[in-house]
Design a protein around this ligand. Structure first.
Ligand code: ADP
Length: 799
């Protein structure tokens, strides 16, 4: 089929091409009659008149070659009938002619015939032609038309025959005839110029282009098509020629649009404009509202996100559940897979499920709004705490059909609540501790104070033997030391309670620290007949670490002290190992041990196993202080103990290794004593006379020094002395003094003379205080009560 179609198409194209070729190869003969006004050749040889010019344009546009064949109208008409010429332009269409020749389907225009009068002719109506001579041109269509037209009026006129229009015009002008018949004067305006017109128009005849009968059909079709194209375009050459020749009886009708049509059109246009404006405004409003809605939606989303909330609804009639996107997000689920009621039930934590479902059931049955809190397991497996608030929606028939609500993740809120409860508990515990502490204090402080005051008054008695006096003094010293220990512990535990302790990390040599501890506790151990073994297996370099030395010292001292206290025979051993970036220090004793059930509790504040026993001299704070300090250093204390056999306390702290070999100069190195007495000017700034006297006594007891002691009672005087008096080498500066405190006084003195050594002394021994003193310029920091030995060390170090 396709092949057949293609062949037919190719054949058609071929035939068409052949036709085209024949048309374009041939030179067509066109008759050239000379009819002045209608069609003629002017003096310059140009073809003028509508029929000639339109033929020329048609031939040119269709690419057709023509040659002109001049002759008279009758001759040329005959030639056309005989097929000697091909085309005759400007031929009037009549039935008789149609039988002999072909015309284009489309006419050029319609012509009318007219009656022209002689100069003296009187004409009012057709009957004036009665008996008059009328000029008729031979073979003229206008003449034929007149005969036919006048025939109906039965007017008896005298026809006078002329061979051409020119001859007829001549006859009329010369008065040979009363009137003559011819074509419209518009066409023949040159020929009929000056002639009188009877204003009688008749015989409308189409003017067309004629072709030899049944010859060149394709040419006719092409030219006809081209002519129709011209006619359909008001700007074409056709209308240009019509305007040029102002052709009679032919006008381009201008269509007058009716008023009602105009009104309808205007109303329609108005409606269209109004509709468009309305649509535009509507669209803008919709856009604005949509934007507002999106903004609100985003805002709502944000709010829901911040409050970790999502919405849900349960259709109770259908048993269908709907979740908002936020809710799917909250549960880590994909909203593309809608959840079912069963799946939702399974999300409830198994421990809460039964209770929750029971409660829900109750609320649904009783149409009661609810607010529940329960745990949910989300997609990641995480357990979250949720709050569910549900409200019933009642339809117009008072039938519950919808339960809508929200789910909120309240995990953080619960944690916060928990923290608050814990904080409240801590506050309450602290309050209890305070009460306990006050109760304890009364007893613990009174005991040593009793000893001090009691035996001090005993000393006042006269006649005491040396032995008794020494004994009393020893008791006073011991009681004083105990009191000091209590005060220290209280200070320490209250500072630890504030949780605002800053660690002061320095390089600490464990071997050195062990040596110091051994030298301190050896005496006490020996007095009880106990052995002390402090084992050091690492080189100094290998066991230096970065930590807070005073805290480490405190921890170990407290534990060793306990071991010595609760061991009656055997030994106390101290050793340490470094493994996995930790230092483990073991303090092992062969003492009374601690029962399993007490082991957990002995680290609590104020907890004592042997309460009220003679053994117990402390406040029950030692291990609590040790444990809390160990935690501060990033470590912990562990205990393994067996009642009656002994205990092993192990302290673990991070081993922050130090590669630096340089050893810091340990404070208090005693300088070799000098044999020659040394002169020195020393200033004691102290507002408490007892303390001044104490320092003065120690200084004066130094046999190898000859001191000039200047005493002042406030910081202001201290500064004045140092500024005005030369040669002051050492200042004992109390930090808390009237007028000007020790910190500012030190600063001023150091600004004036940095060489003066200033030894701070204070009853406040916190590390913050130490730091402040150091920053002010103090060279040394002594906590009150100051031991004689410490004062001597300082003198020897700085003088
Ligand atoms: P205390 O001031 O009573 O010594 P601690 O906090 O230092 O307070 O110790 C708490 C309790 O732990 C002590 O009262 C004691 O009963 C027990 N304890 C501590 N160390 C030892 C030890 N090495 N051997 C036996 N019991 C100990």
């Amino acid at each position: 089929m396709i092949l057949l179609c293609s062949m037919t198409f190719l054949f058609s194209v071929n035939v068409y091409a052949q036709f085209n070729d024949t048309i374009h190869k041939k030179v067509y003969k066109v008759g050239q009659p000379n009819i002045q006004g209608l069609m003629y050749v002017d003096n310059s040889g140009y073809h003028k008149g509508f029929p000639f010019e339109i033929v020329l344009h048609l031939a040119q546009d269709e690419n057709i070659e023509i040659e002109w064949e001049p002759g008279t109208w009758p001759q040329l008409y005959k030639k056309l009938v005989d097929g000697d010429i091909d085309i005759l332009p400007g031929t009037q269409v009549t039935l008789a002619r149609k039988r002999e020749i072909d015309f284009l389907k489309t006419n050029l225009f319609t012509m009318w015939s007219e009656l022209y009068l002689s100069s003296d002719a009187q004409f009012e109506n057709l009957y004036d032609l009665e008996g008059k001579k009328i000029a008729l041109v031979d073979e003229d269509n206008n003449a034929a038309g007149f005969v036919e037209y006048i025939n109906d009026f039965k007017i008896d006129y005298i026809p006078v025959s002329y061979p051409s229009h020119e001859a007829a015009v001549q006859g009329l002008k010369q008065g040979e005839v009363y009137a003559m018949v011819g074509p419209t004067s518009k066409v023949f305006n040159k020929l009929f110029k000056g002639l009188r017109n009877a204003k009688l128009y008749f015989n409308p005849t189409d003017l067309n282009i004629a072709f030899a009968k049944n010859k060149d059909k394709e040419l006719q079709r092409k030219l006809n098509y081209r002519l129709e194209v011209y006619k359909s375009n008001p700007n074409s050459i056709y209308y240009e020629l019509i305007r040029k020749y102002s052709l009679a009886n032919y006008r381009i009708d201008t269509y007058v649009f009716p008023l009602w049509g105009k009104l309808v059109l205007i109303a329609g246009l108005f409606l269209v404009i109004v509709s468009f404006s309305f649509i535009y405004i509507l669209r803008k409003r919709v856009e604005l509202k949509t934007r507002e809605l999106i903004k609100r939606k985003e805002f709502l989303k944000q709010v829901l996100k911040i409050s970790e909330m999502g919405g849900w609804s349960l259709n109770l009639n259908k048993g269908e559940i709907f979740w908002s996107d936020e809710l799917y997000f909250l549960h880590g689920l994909n909203s593309a897979n809608p959840i079912s009621v069963e799946e939702m039930k399974n999300l409830i934590h198994p421990d809460d499920r039964e209770k929750v479902l029971e409660l829900m059931d109750y609320h649904i049955k009783n149409r009661k709004d609810f607010s529940l809190e329960y745990r949910v397991i989300v997609a990641s497996g995480e357990i979250i705490n949720t709050r569910q608030i549900g409200v019933f929606e009642v339809n117009e028939k008072e039938k519950i059909n919808l339960l809508i609500g929200i789910t909120q993740n309240i995990t953080k809120e619960n944690l916060f609540k928990q923290e608050l409860i814990e904080a409240k508990n801590t506050a309450e515990a602290n309050d209890k501790l305070k009460t306990l502490f006050i109760n304890n204090m009364s007893h613990e402080i009174r005991t040593p104070m009793n000893g001090i005051l009691g035996f001090t008054s005993m000393l006042e008695k006269t006649g005491l033997s040396d032995e008794k006096r020494k004994n009393y003094i020893a008791i006073i010293k011991k009681s004083g030391a105990k009191l000091l220990r209590i005060i220290d512990d209280i200070m320490e535990i209250s500072i630890l309670g504030t949780k605002q302790i800053e660690l002061k990390e320095t390089k600490v040599g464990l071997n050195q620290l062990f040596d110091e501890l051994q030298s301190i506790f050896q005496i006490k151990a020996s007095s009880k007949g106990l052995r002390v073994n402090f084992t050091k297996i690492y080189s100094d370099q290998d066991c230096s670490l970065l930590t807070d030395e005073s805290k480490l010292n405190k921890i170990l001292s407290n534990i060793i002290e306990n071991s010595l206290k609760y061991t009656e025979s055997g030994s106390v051993d101290l050793r340490f190992v470094i493994e996995n970036m930790n230092v483990k220090i073991y303090i092992e004793d062969t003492g009374i041990g601690i029962s399993k059930n007490q082991q957990e509790r002995i680290f609590e504040r104020f907890y004592q196993v042997q309460k009220d026993s003679k053994l117990n001299e402390g406040l029950g704070l030692g291990l609590a202080i040790a444990k809390e300090n160990a935690e501060l250093l990033g470590g912990d204390i562990f205990l393994s103990s067996e009642e009656g056999k002994g205990s092993i306390f192990s302290l673990t702290i991070p081993f922050n290794r130090i590669e630096d070999q340089a050893e810091e100069q340990i404070q208090g190195n005693i300088i070799e004593s000098q044999s020659i007495k040394k002169n020195a000017r020393v200033l004691i700034a102290e507002d408490e006379p007892t303390n001044t006297l104490y320092l003065e006594t120690i200084l004066n007891e130094q046999s190898d020094y000859c001191f000039e002691i200047i005493k002042v009672e406030n910081g202001k005087e201290a500064v004045q002395e140092c500024l005005q008096r030369d040669g002051i080498e050492l200042v004992f500066m109390d930090l808390k003094m009237p007028e000007l405190d020790g910190f500012i006084a030190t600063q001023k003195i150091k600004d004036h003379n940095p060489k003066i050594s200033i030894i701070a002394q204070t009853a406040y021994s916190s590390s913050a205080e130490r730091e402040r003193a150091k920053a002010a310029g103090c060279d040394e920091f002594l906590s009150k009560p100051i031991e004689e030995e410490t004062v001597i060390k300082v003198i020897r170090k700085y003088l």
